[in-house]
Design a protein around this ligand. Sequence first.
Ligand code: SF4
Length: 303
Amino acid sequence: MPPSLDPELRRALAERVRYCHELGIYDFYRREPRIPQPAETESAALEIISASLSSTSYSVSQSELREEMSARKSAVVAVVDKNDILEVVNPKPEYGVADPVAALKLIREDLGDCTRCKLHKQGRKQIVFGVGNPRAELMFVGEGPGADEDTQGEPFVGRAGQLLNNMIRAMGLRREDVYIANVVKCRPPGNRTPEPDECETCSPFLMRQIAVIKPKVVVALGATAAKNLLAMNSSLGELRGRFYDFKPAGVRSSDPSWPGARLAVTYHPAYLLRDPRQKGETWKDLQMVMKYLGIEPPKKTAE
Ligand code: SF4
């Protein structure tokens, strides 16, 4: 089992990824840590300097360079590993596919009969990929499938799903207008919270779904979704009540002009079933989203 990242390191990495995205850098690859040996460092640096000088018509011998280098022996010199230069980054199959329906299909095919994390062998009936409008302006992200979702293959179809449907209707929308997915796509046994390694393994597929759908707003339902999407470890109470700028980590959108989504955090409907007192606070979060999207709540009709 791969070790999970320290939350501070995870947050720092997420910030670096976001920063790279702002610079238009989307593809990353992992380089194994490598400590250069002093002799190797020196000769590699000499090679690099020598090559650059020869391309500018200077004539300097290796021994002259070695003399020059000896004065700076303590300096750190980066060694370029030729194998790293030649490493090829595989693009995702949906890259360059403008039609979100086709792109989502490619992501689903890539997921296949997934066995990437241990949830595949802990009693799941099927993978619950996601459902809704592939061009949705609003996307809801929950934690993981429960028993009903596992049976039906669709997220949020049990009691919590009925409540989410009511929330969507209260916003003046229909379930078919939005897109609904989870951080993990297989049911955790006994409805336990998905573990960090399961979220880390599965969430790249969610990120790819978001990059294809390009919603204006993502609503994270509950702490697990919020912490995974934002790579932050604060409590739900601290995270909700404001918007965050969000771009799915580690993936490229089919539309380079997509500025990313705004992300809001609110309570998970399953939590609201246990503690209905938080429904008012949830409604405030949804009203914030409606205001941003320019949605008027439906007029109440006289009974
Ligand atoms: Fe694969 Fe996600 Fe299911 Fe794990 S939870 S087996 S990563 S689809």
